[in-house]
Design a protein around this ligand. Structure first.
Ligand code: PEP
Ligand code: MN
Length: 270
């Protein structure tokens, strides 16, 4: 199948979020846990110089006994805090039933790795964002090929939603020293096959915070258009993914650490 031909016919670059001369960093906690937790983490994102904050309200947890997110209350916290700080929001939508609700609180809808092949969700999100300024971050499935990932984006586009950003977040391999294996080849391949922007999530790929900055540098060199990283004002207290969350000091240093690499690629870290 000629994926390149089909995907290229539909896509455009997301409004202002991704540009060829910028390297966009989206940061924030895995999950919105409370107003106090989110506002502290979001202030750090703002102080670090970034304009997009992430945080899950609906969480796809492997275990049904883990914290599942605050749901609608989490969305209200996201929009209130981001409105006060002047940040844009990226948050996951898991259920077609919640799409309109999530769109009322967030500019960018995340479709998580575990839902990449949920075709009815993809099509409903595509139809819902058609003709709006909303965008989608589409994560690569844990064991999806690049072709399957691009065709998932095509499902969103075929339903009318052409504002799609692909996100490589690591795939499952035999390696156990990292949570997943970050597949930077896939970033380069996807960018050759489509006009879609591609960002990298080093946090879920590594599963450990000491690898997040080195992998972020590698993502810049691999032609990525940006990053999505997890950060938390108190990582040791996080209800979800604390081991991979960057603490405030590391987030503050991120822009300066990445800019020389981004400059070499002709990009400004924003
Ligand atoms: C997340 O971004 O918190 C998340 C659950 O990501 P993924 O779908 O890539 O596991
Ligand atoms: Mn997470």
């Amino acid at each position: 199948m000629d994926v390149s031909a089909s995907v290229k016919t539909h896509v455009k670059t997301t409004n202002g979020m991704i540009r060829p001369d910028t390297f966009r960093v989206i940061a924030g906690p895995c999950t919105v846990e409370s107003y106090e937790q989110f506002v502290a983490s979001a202030r750090a994102v703002k102080q670090a110089g970034f304009g997009y904050v992430r945080g899950g309200a609906f969480k796809p947890r492997t275990s049904p006994y883990s914290f599942q997110g605050l749901g609608e209350e989490g969305l209200r916290i996201l929009s209130e805090v981001s409105g006060d700080l002047g940040l844009k929001v990226v948050t996951e939508v898991m259920d077609p039933y919640d799409i309109e609700l999530v769109m009322g609180h967030a500019e960018i809808l995340q479709i998580g790795a575990r839902n990449m092949a949920n075709f009815s969700l993809l099509r409903r999100v595509g139809a819902a964002i058609a003709g709006t300024d909303h965008g989608v971050v589409l994560k690569r499935g844990l064991s999806a090929t690049v072709e399957e990932w691009l065709l998932a984006a095509e499902h969103v586009a075929a339903a009318g939603g052409d504002n799609v950003v692909l996100c490589e977040r690591g795939i499952r391999t035999f390696e156990t020293s990292t949570r997943f294996t970050l597949d930077l080849s896939a970033v380069i391949v996807a960018k050759r096959l489509t006009d879609l922007p591609v960002i990298v999530d080093p946090s879920h790929a590594a599963g450990r915070r000491d690898l997040v900055v080195p992998l972020s540098k590698a993502a810049v060199a691999a032609e990525a258009d940006g990053l999505m990283v997890e950060s938390h004002h108190e990582p040791q207290e996080a209800l979800c993914d604390g081991e991979q969350a960057l603490p405030v000091e590391a987030l503050m240093g991120m822009k300066d650490v990445l800019q020389p690499f981004a400059s070499a690629m002709g990009r400004e870290v924003i």
